[in-house]
Design a protein around this ligand. Structure first.
Ligand SMILES: Cc1ncc(COP(=O)(O)O)c(C=O)c1O
Length: 376
């Protein structure tokens, strides 16, 4: 039986409208966007500029401030590596960031950069006072994620951006989980660099973008061409770019209706579970959270995770990138959960294509699985 897909924080199904928009750029409109001498090249370039505009509209910046990359991981790498070009030796981030930030920070530590990993409070939120106190004259960059990939908690980005601007510090935001789902205004939020991913918003995998404030100079990670303002050389993957552009356009049209629809499904699922298992624990702040994410723990279950025992639901117990590693989630550890609550945790990601019927079946399956484990 096909499982009900409730792992939309990990990745999302390609929207059929996105797929349709991409197809001609594989087999009919196959020009290289860097070919300036003929129609095939102009056609590809025009399609790329439409995609760039769709993305920039969503985060309220200029088209020229968007650089295409292979995904949020690469955008994070480009952003964080720039600390090495700033003549500064201190970077501030959060301990609950995605590995695509934390692993870059480890590398930078080997290059003599001091990194402050700020811990959140028990709701998963950063304390602004801690950021202010951590800044010193060597601080060149602050990198804070917008929404967490495990607990969905949204950080106070505008306020953090204000602190960075005041102190003349470059501010990077990993928005892989929030882009296209909640409002982002990079100018109002004082963001200098923003990482974007295509496959979290019903677009294709292997494509992302980086917003770079036009007043900031960013160096590339690798060399080989002048594409993308010399920040990201290489022939542009036109079909993928058309895909992320179309996905962004749809996200912008449907942001409010998707938000309300997905939130309704999440509340339905939670209420069904609560009715049968009243001591269920919600991990992370419930209010400041992207609509589709639910991270739950069940106090009475010991032992093996419930996620693998669900017969009808595809969910996860941490980030997809680390779920094959049998280490407890660093996010749940850092918001103070004990081993038992981490082991019994389940991350549910509801998306645009889930239905009410699916949610009711999923609720029943989760309840039955948890109750079976309590009786063991
Ligand atoms: C918060 C966060 N950052 C970065 C990434 C990596 O994004 P991509 O797959 O586009 O490289 C993910 C994906 O799981 C994520 O959730």
């Amino acid at each position: 039986m096909n499982k009900i897909y409730l792992d939309n924080n990990s990745t999302t199904k390609l929207d059929p409208q996105v797929f349709d928009a991409m197809i001609p750029y594989f087999n009919e409109k196959y020009g290289n966007a860097s070919s300036k001498t003929h129609y095939f090249g102009w056609e590809a370039e025009a399609a790329i500029e439409i995609a760039r505009k769709n993305i920039s509209d969503l985060i309220k910046c200029e088209s020229s401030e968007i650089v295409f990359t292979s995904g949020a991981t690469e955008s994070n790498n480009i952003s964080l590596h720039n600390i090495l070009n700033l003549n500064k030796s201190h970077l501030i981030t959060m301990s609950i960031e995605h590995k695509a930030v934390l692993d870059v920070c480890s590398y930078l530590e080997s290059k003599n950069i001091n990194v402050s990993y700020l811990k959140p409070n028990k709701n998963g939120l950063i304390n602004l006072k801690k950021i202010k106190e951590s800044i010193n004259k060597e601080t060149g960059l602050v990198s804070i994620m917008h929404a967490n990939n495990e607990i969905g908690v949204i950080q106070p980005i505008k306020e953090i951006g204000g602190i960075c601007r005041k102190n003349n510090i470059l501010f990077h935001v990993d928005a892989a989980q929030s882009f296209g789902k909640i409002d982002i205004d990079v100018k109002k939020m004082n963001i200098d660099l923003l990482s974007i991913s295509g496959h979290k918003i019903y677009g294709p995998k292997g494509i992302g973008a980086l917003y770079i404030n036009k007043n900031k100079k960013i160096k590339p990670l690798f060399f080989g061409g002048s594409q993308e303002n010399n920040v990201r050389p290489g022939t542009l993957p036109v079909p993928l770019i058309v895909g992320i552009g179309e996905a962004s356009k749809i996200a912008s049209e449907k942001m409010e209706s998707d938000f309300n629809y997905i939130l309704k499904l999440k509340n339905l699922l939670l209420n069904q579970i609560k009715k049968e298992i009243p001591d269920v624990i919600i991990n992370g702040d419930f209010k400041n959270r992207i609509p589709g994410n639910l991270n739950l723990s069940f106090p009475c279950i010991e032992g093996q995770s419930i996620v693998t025992s669900l017969s009808k639901v595809a969910a996860s117990s941490g980030s997809a990138c680390s779920s094959s590693v049998p280490k407890p989630s660093h996010v749940l550890l850092d918001i103070g959960l004990n081993k038992q609550l981490i082991q019994s945790s389940i991350r549910i990601g509801i998306g645009r294509f889930n239905t009410k019927d699916e949610i009711l079946i999923a609720a029943e399956n989760i309840i039955r699985t948890v109750k079976n484990k309590i009786q063991l």
